[in-house]
Write a protein that binds this ligand. Structure first.
Ligand code: AHR
Length: 653
């Protein structure tokens, strides 16, 4: 007769549940794998005014007058008392081949004290700080009837207060037909409190006809780079210690139509030679932040580029047939790889050297397209294979990423070969992330392709991130979403033997009215200020406290999620604990094997009410708090606060 063993819970009833002993057992005897050195990184694209009106420091909006074909959007006329003028786009007087228009200003009446001219409103205002140096530049020419001066000034939005101004010799009769570039530095001296309530004006006190092209205003930039980045935003990114930057998209790589793709060759060189292009998120990109600037951005952060190349599929469904039609796109991608990583003696390496960077950039990963599971023609298998073959032939050392992961049906994936890496994307409600956090990658075949989680983010509202209704909600996530994000990161970190990289998306959002297309986003800003969401702090906690070895950690009788890594040199354990529950959760932490623990440790905690969050007006409501932990030894009990994310730093004795 067979004896049936009853589950313990049936034999002893609820008493055994009460006796539950929430425990985490860490196996420090031998690591179960190596943490990918590139695990934590950033994903970026032009969405939510991430670059223009965001990281790219240019302050003039519609500087090339190309944003709207019918009128000079974001520009207005300045007409002092008694002055009279008109302005219009003038495609008959293009600035260059790339910039096929200019702005014509006809001043019919003006005199000293009664100036006329043009004003730019900036990206939801122009930020002005006292004693900062602002570089103004513009192209101008006249019809020959103008010999006056042009006054450039930073002033408040209604023109009643001037912060700084300079007078420039106008285009004289000898210059009437030729474009000339003018430059001046403005240094405000009277701004008591930094303000975004400012505009840039170019005015004159003499009648005449003047054309303007590419009017630009740069504040001080990160590391003082020309054509550079906004320092406060860049610092937020540097602080995350990212190991890679995935660019240029996202949808931004593909464009709505093939003609709107990210054409990297058109993003190089002097700004007057960059036409910009229509981006898929509803506005034009200046391409001031072009391929070269992406690379400098990587370098500024100490991160590697993860280069996504256009692969013959665009968002509205058009695709390029694999075979001869696709070949020019493949050549273009090979040129791009050469621009990034080729020696200065190569054709495109020389172009990069000419731009100022003879040293090649380190390149390990190249991604073929973006989210190609949307391509209903089924052409991705063959398109990928054609790119893969050409890239491997010339650069056998490169790792080539397919944009279709295991979360999609077999029919949509690359089938004719096994790609080096698969890019998987997850935008999920918090609860689904918490559920997936327990299991998702545990069963992935360790002999299969590596995984890049190239876009992910938890949302906590009823609206999907891409649903326009979500724009009525806060632009950045709250603490509840940060818990979903942190839970998910424990799963990715524990499996970072196969997950080579991951990155949250979208990274940046201009929180000004009408500036965004998506929620939630990691970092919010307006013209003057910046803040990190709770999810930003969670990711930063994870990415700045990680070892090189993965240790197995088993949790029982607790909903607390855990990931443990160790620094092989110092023996320091980084124990990440995430409590998705609404009650504090005490857990006993057993550490088996490895070096004995020091008695004193550090805990860094991020926690708060489910709806607690940060915003542009309250940037620091939810921030990590560091505390000392005493009496640490194997078997000690630590209480993870409700909705808490904790990094325990346990040094070896
Ligand atoms: O991150 C926002 C968008 O989500 C990306 O552009 C696209 O790749 C994804 O669908």
């Amino acid at each position: 007769m067979k004896i049936r063993l009853l589950p313990l819970v049936l034999l002893f009833g609820v008493a055994s549940m009460r006796d539950a002993n929430p425990t985490i057992v860490i196996d420090a005897g031998s690591p179960s794998g190596k943490v990918s050195p590139t695990l934590y990184g950033l994903m970026t694209e032009e969405i939510n005014h991430s670059y223009d009106g965001g990281l790219y420091a240019e302050l003039v909006r519609n500087r090339a007058f190309l944003d709207d074909k019918t009128s000079p959007a974001h520009w207005s006329l300045v007409q002092g008392d008694g002055a009279a003028a008109s302005m219009a786009l003038d495609p008959a007087q293009p600035l260059s081949q790339a910039i096929g228009t200019s702005l014509r200003l006809e001043v019919t009446k003006a005199s000293p004290g009664h100036e006329a001219g043009i004003a730019n409103e900036g990206y939801w205002g122009i930020p002005v700080r006292n004693k900062a140096r602002y570089q103004v530049s513009f192209f101008a020419k006249s019809a020959g009837n103008f010999t006056g001066a042009i006054v450039v000034s930073l002033q408040n939005a209604d023109g009643t207060a001037r912060y700084a101004s300079a007078s420039l010799q106008g285009p004289t009769s000898t210059l009437t037909t030729a474009w000339k570039r003018y430059e001046v530095t403005l240094v405000p001296e009277t701004v008591v409190t930094p303000t975004a309530n400012a505009r840039l004006t170019l005015t004159t006190s003499q009648p005449g006809t003047i054309w303007f092209g590419l009017v630009s205003l740069f504040p001080p930039t990160f590391k003082g780079q020309a054509n550079g980045f906004r320092p406060d935003l860049m610092q937020m990114l540097v602080d995350m210690n990212p190991k890679f930057l995935r660019f240029p998209g996202g949808n931004y790589l593909e464009g709505d139509q093939i003609a709107d793709r990210f054409e990297w060759k058109k993003t190089l060189g002097p700004l007057a030679e960059r036409p910009g292009h229509q981006a898929p998120w509803g506005y034009r990109s200046t391409d001031g932040l072009g391929l070269y600037e992406f690379l400098l951005w990587c370098e500024d952060m100490g991160a590697e580029p993860v280069l996504a190349v256009y692969a013959g599929y665009s968002l509205k469904g058009a695709h390029v047939e694999p075979g001869p039609d696709l070949q020019p796109y493949i050549e273009d991608a090979l040129d791009e790889i050469e621009y990034v990583s080729g020696p200065a003696s190569s054709t495109w390496g020389a172009a990069r050297a000419k731009a100022g960077h003879p040293q090649p950039f380190k390149l390990t990963y190249v991604e073929i397209g973006n989210e190609d599971w949307f391509d209903k023609s089924g052409s991705y298998d063959k398109r990928f294979a054609q790119f893969n073959e050409a890239i491997k032939k010339r650069h056998p050392q490169l790792q080539v990423i397919s944009t279709v992961g295991f979360e999609h049906p077999v029919g949509q994936r690359v089938r004719s070969l096994t790609p080096d890496v698969l890019d998987e994307h997850y935008y999920l409600p918090v609860d689904q992330f918490v559920k997936k956090a327990a299991t998702q990658y545990e069963t992935y075949d360790r002999k299969g392709p590596k995984i890049f989680v190239g876009e992910w983010g938890a949302y906590e509202t009823p609206f999907e991130p891409w649903n326009a209704k979500s724009r009525g909600e806060a632009p950045t996530p709250n603490m509840r979403a940060a818990i979903g994000d942190a839970a998910w990161m424990t799963q990715m970190e524990k499996n970072s033997d196969i997950i080579v990289m991951h990155c949250y998306a979208p990274l940046l959002v201009n929180v000004s009215p009408g500036a965004r297309q998506w929620r939630p986003n990691l970092i919010g800003y307006d013209a003057l200020r910046v803040y990190g969401s709770p999810s930003y702090h969670a990711i930063k906690l994870f990415s700045t406290h990680v070892g090189d070895e993965i240790l197995k950690a088993a949790a029982s009788d607790t909903a607390v999620l855990v990931s443990v890594t160790r620094d092989s040199r110092s023996g320091l354990l980084h124990v990440k604990l995430v409590n998705p529950g609404d009650a504090d959760a005490p857990v006993q932490i057993d550490v088996n094997g490895g070096r004995a623990l020091a008695a004193a440790a550090t805990a860094i905690t991020l926690s708060g009410a489910a709806d607690a969050t940060n915003s542009i007006d309250a940037p620091n409501s939810v921030v990590p708090v560091t505390s000392r932990v005493a009496g640490v030894k194997s078997g000690f009990t630590y209480t993870v606060p409700a909705r808490g994310i904790v990094v325990l730093e346990l040094p070896a004795r």
